[in-house]
Ligand binder design. Structure first.
Ligand SMILES: [Zn+2]
Length: 140
């Protein structure tokens, strides 16, 4: 029997920059360890294979002009997206991409073992968590 449990990715190996979204898709399908940034004048999107191993290609909007967008930062060769990515379809994965590393989240803050996360990441996320919880309380 073959191993059917998807292997969760712990980190991305490298970032490549391309001009078009279809190039980004081709890049990450050929090189699953890559994140492709789509850049034409400004950075438009981050494209990568879902780190859960489900095989879906995720397109994360980084351009506020194109709708609700994630903030991103590139430190050297390392990409950070804020806030977390929470899929509302497919595998429902919820994770933070921080300096190319994947930090897996749960459904509630209590599910997450943040004690094992770097202090600098926790500090960066703290303001976002508070805003998220306020939104959640407001919407239920
Ligand atoms: Zn997935």
């Amino acid at each position: 029997m073959t191993d059917t449990i998807p292997r969760r990715r712990e980190r991305f190996a490298s970032i490549v920059t391309v001009a078009r979204q279809h190039e980004a898709r081709e890049q990450v399908l050929a090189h699953p360890g890559d994140v492709a940034l789509v850049e034409r004048g400004t950075v438009r999107a981050a494209v990568f294979q879902c780190p859960c191993g489900c095989g879906d290609v995720l397109v994360i909007n980084l351009d506020p002009a194109a709708g609700s967008a994630w903030r991103h930062r590139v430190d050297g060769e390392q990409l950070t997206l804020m806030p977390s990515v929470w899929r509302d379809s497919g595998c429902d994965s919820h994770f933070v991409l921080w300096r190319n590393e994947i930090y897996w989240c749960g459904v509630t803050e209590e599910d997450i073992d943040v004690r094992s996360w770097p202090a600098t990441l926790r500090a960066e996320l703290k303001g976002w968590w508070q805003a998220w919880q306020r939104r959640r309380r407001g919407s239920t």
